[in-house]
Design a protein around this ligand. Structure first.
Ligand code: GUN
Ligand code: ZN
Length: 650
């Protein structure tokens, strides 16, 4: 069982339930070689807080004493670890040594017999240098073995590996076909050579292609990824589990891992780390030790650093800053930067999982920040949803301090006094109408004044597009008093009094719920409750009924049931609707959350964090609430909340 708890796009924090207890993902499973214990499983648990391990059933089976003990007492007893244990199958040994003689069905039966929590099929390792034909054949054979393995799993959870070399279409096919089988975890295999050779851009392509084909409700394990450098990127792309023998392998070569790279002990001037090992030892002391003792201590450091990076990644997911973390880490190695740049071509895919808004602000970390799905989302919505007010004049301003309406309040007042105009800022995200200046991510962003020229060019191209389709007979950029004189000359008649607050409510409704949502205001009496302290809109009362509450954090609306009723009238199905079975709809109507397993259909435009309408099979409104998933996730997950209900009809 796998349950979504928190997320930032494809990056997610989930709870994985195994026969030996629950673990929170993302999780790192240190590799334990029972022949060769660098750090014992007991110590891993007690001193490092390791929650889950991975070991190799092929090695256990091939060593008589281990096989006997594992068969009689189980793999947990063998390792001295009572938490969840995953086992691998010998695929990797076949890749390295090429002499694995084991029957694919038998190795799964063996893993079941020794009580593994998650066993792995004997997939065929697809090398990056495989031709398409060879990669195709590796996938065919992996799928054949997958099919014959599933009936053998018993109570054990089973991992079905995605192979396919570096060919995205073959990866996606493998992922789709293997997801159709009754697996519990999907590792992405055949990537060790990519990791070893810093081919992170190829790695990213392989992960994205695999994720596109996989069932989103299953945990994804990245086989053999044990360097902290790749954790943020892999998690951003939707990987949940990692395993590592690297902490020990690197240690044997006197190599220390850091979240930004690897260093030989002899090349370091300072350990530059505060893990328990580094706090107690010096470089000189380590260099003078016998090799075995030093290996052991460096392995401790490496494991600490890996586990710490996983924690850093989890914090970033909670905070909504996984993109910032990945962009920061990309500065550590050109290969990571290259990988980041290859993500640009997948931003439409990422956008499907992109949250409606985030807790924290959007931090510009470099020119690549422009390629985040948040930017794409804003622009797409602006051009397809925003409706201009019925003025004839548009005055544009340069990017400035936020909120823009405050920064430009004098200019806006001076122009409004003379002519009937709308206002907009040529912002980093694209055209930002003044009435959207508190809407995420416009206000919730920190952009340096000195932007990269590449970003300037891209921003200009968007403003160019805007110039062609804004629909104002007269549009000018503000250039001070001169602009005011010019406008007075060009525009006759006196300005109408416009209610800026109603414009804001209407624009946010359109951007958030879809073009036309703002029509709920038409012909109605609108009363606004404002914050006494900040003067910002808090509640929107329509014909005496509380319909929407504007959140201070992201400038978007939380729906009240009345707001849901009004939207139901103006938005055609399936817009903003999550349709559930009638019985759970009655439950939702009483204020209970909607579980994913009850979802029958869902608007494909709904995004995690959207405020949605929960309807029954007849399309009647049961409740309103916050979606935690998009459509494909709601339909795939068997566990967990799909919509957190905020207001309901009973
Ligand atoms: N360990 C590292 N890579 C792989 C892989 O592709 N398949 C399996 N089963 N284990 C691995
Ligand atoms: Zn350390």
């Amino acid at each position: 069982m796998f349950e979504l708890k928190e997320r930032d796009g494809l990056a997610r924090i989930c709870e994985l339930t195994t026969p030996h207890g629950k673990v929170t993902t993302p999780v790192l499973l240190p590799v334990v070689n029972p022949n060769f214990l660098t750090i014992s499983p007991k110590e891993m648990k007690e001193r490092f807080g390791v929650k889950m391990l991975i070991t190799n059933s092929y090695i256990i089976r091939g060593t008589e004493a281990l096989k006997e003990k594992a068969t009689s007492s189980g793999v947990h007893e063998l390792l001295g670890f009572d938490g969840p244990v995953m086992t691998d199958s010998g695929t990797f040994q076949d890749h390295v040594y090429g002499d694995v003689k084991v029957d694919p069905k038998e190795i799964v039966q063996f893993q079941t017999a020794i009580g593994s929590d998650i066993g792995t099929i004997l997939d065929v390792f697809s090398e990056p240098d495989f031709t398409r034909e060879k990669a195709d054949r590796a996938v065919d054979e992996t799928l054949r073995r997958a099919k014959e393995s599933v009936p053998e799993k018993g109570k054990m959870m089973l991992a079905g590996t995605v192979q396919g070399g570096v060919y995205p279409d073959i990866r996606e096919r493998c992922a789709r076909d293997i997801s159709a089988l009754d697996f519990d975890v999907h590792p992405i295999g055949g990537v060790v050579p990519l990791l070893e050779n810093y081919r992170y851009s190829d790695l990213a392509e392989v992960i994205v292609a695999s994720k596109k084909g996989l069932n989103p409700s299953r945990p994804v394990h990245l086989f053999g990824a044990g360097h902290p450098m790749v954790f943020p990127l892999a998690v951003l792309l939707g990987c949940d589990m990692f395993d590592s023998a690297s902490y020990a392998k690197y240690a044997r070569q006197d190599r220390l891992m850091y979240s930004t790279g690897t260093r030989f002990l002899k090349d370091l001037h300072d350990l530059a780390c505060h893990c328990p090992m580094c706090s107690r030892n010096t470089i000189e002391g380590l260099l003078q030790m016998p090799h075995d003792q030093r290996t052991r201590l460096i392995a401790e450091h490496n494991l600490h650093v890996c586990l710490r990076e996983i924690k850093t990644v989890k914090n970033a997911i909670h905070e909504g800053s996984i993109w910032e973390l990945v962009e920061m880490r990309a500065r550590a190695h050109p290969a990571l930067l290259e990988a980041l740049k290859t993500l640009e071509k997948h931003k439409k895919y990422f956008e499907r999982f992109e949250p409606a808004s985030r807790r924290g602000a959007f931090f510009y970390c470099g020119s690549e920040s422009y390629e985040r799905p948040t930017v794409l989302r804003y622009q797409e919505r602006y051009f397809s949803r925003y409706r201009k007010p019925d003025t004839r004049v548009l005055v544009g301003f340069e990017e400035a301090q936020k909120p823009y309406s405050k920064h430009y309040s004098k200019e806006i007042a001076a122009v409004s006094d003379k002519v009937d105009a709308s206002f907009m800022v040529a912002s980093f995200f694209g055209p930002a109408p003044i009435e959207l200046d508190e809407y995420y991510p416009i206000a919730q962003s920190v952009i340096p004044a000195a932007m990269d020229p590449e970003v300037r060019r891209k921003m200009n191209a968007v403003m160019e597009r805007h110039a062609h389709q804004h629909g104002y007979p007269l549009a000018v950029m503000w250039e001070g008093e001169e602009t005011l004189r010019f406008l007075k000359e060009m525009v006759s008649g006196s300005p109408k009094k416009r209610d800026q607050d109603v414009l804001r409510v209407c624009a946010v409704l359109d951007m958030q719920f879809g073009k036309g949502a703002g029509d709920v205001l038409n012909g109605k009496r609108i009363d606004l409750v404002k914050s006494e302290r900040t003067g910002k809109i808090r509640n929107v009362i329509i014909d005496g009924m509380h319909a929407f509450s504007m959140r201070a954090g992201d400038g978007r609306f939380t729906l009240k049931l009345q707001g849901g009723r009004l939207l139901l009238e103006v938005l055609k199905p399936p817009k903003m609707r999550v349709e559930i079975d009638d019985e759970p709809a009655e439950f939702a109507a009483k204020g209970n959350n909607v579980f994913a397993k009850f979802v029958r259909e869902c608007d494909p435009d709904i995004r995690p964090g959207d405020d949605v309408l929960v309807v029954n099979s007849r399309g009647e409104l049961a409740a309103v609430g916050r979606a935690l998933m998009n459509r494909e996730e709601m339909l795939a997950f068997k566990r967990g909340v799909a919509v957190r209900v905020k207001d309901s009809s009973d």
